[in-house]
Write a protein of this length. Structure first.
Length: 164
């Protein structure tokens, strides 16, 4: 019987000596339970990291798309602003410069009466100049000058001036 009791006692001692046995008796989680909890926690952390990375990827894609939209709007607004900006005349036909403003007004009125767009522009000092048909096109300005030279009110020294 000694032979049966000793192995039985060794078997009981072995079973009771493991940590899991004491944990079970104390109502605590066993090694298996702890391993399951570790794996579940690792999966939650990995899922959270994937969600954060997905969110960052979506934000980056949205940011790139937004930048492209901004560039397109900027290009459109620049093009629209350029299209909406009135053309600034660069070429003028000068009929003359006068020290008496009334004389300049009379010449400008005669040009208007003949169908030309005439401007009286103050110059340095007290003089004023008369410019006719401001335009963006130099050849158009030359044609206007040649037509003006045929008019009886136009002085023979009408010139084309470029505004820089």
């Amino acid at each position: 019987m000694k032979h049966c009791i000793i192995p039985a006692l060794l078997l009981c001692a072995l079973a009771l000596s493991s940590c899991d046995a004491f944990r079970r008796l104390a109502g605590r989680p066993t090694s298996e339970d702890l391993q399951y909890l570790r794996e579940a926690r690792a999966e939650r952390i990995a899922a959270r990291r994937r969600a954060i990375q997905d969110s960052l990827d979506r934000a980056k894609a949205d940011s790139i798309a937004l930048a492209a939209v901004r560039e397109a709007l900027k290009a459109d607004s620049i093009a629209a602003a350029e299209a909406a900006k009135p053309a600034r005349p660069r070429w003028f036909v000068s009929l003359g410069t006068f020290s008496v403003k009334e004389n300049a007004e009379k010449l400008a009125q005669r040009a208007r009466d003949a169908g030309y767009e005439a401007l009286v522009v103050p110059q340095r000092g007290t003089s004023v100049a008369v410019f006719v048909n401001p335009t963006e096109d130099r050849t158009e300005a030359e044609k206007t000058r040649l037509r003006l030279l045929k008019e009886d009110f136009c002085p023979g020294d009408a010139q084309i001036l470029a505004k820089k």
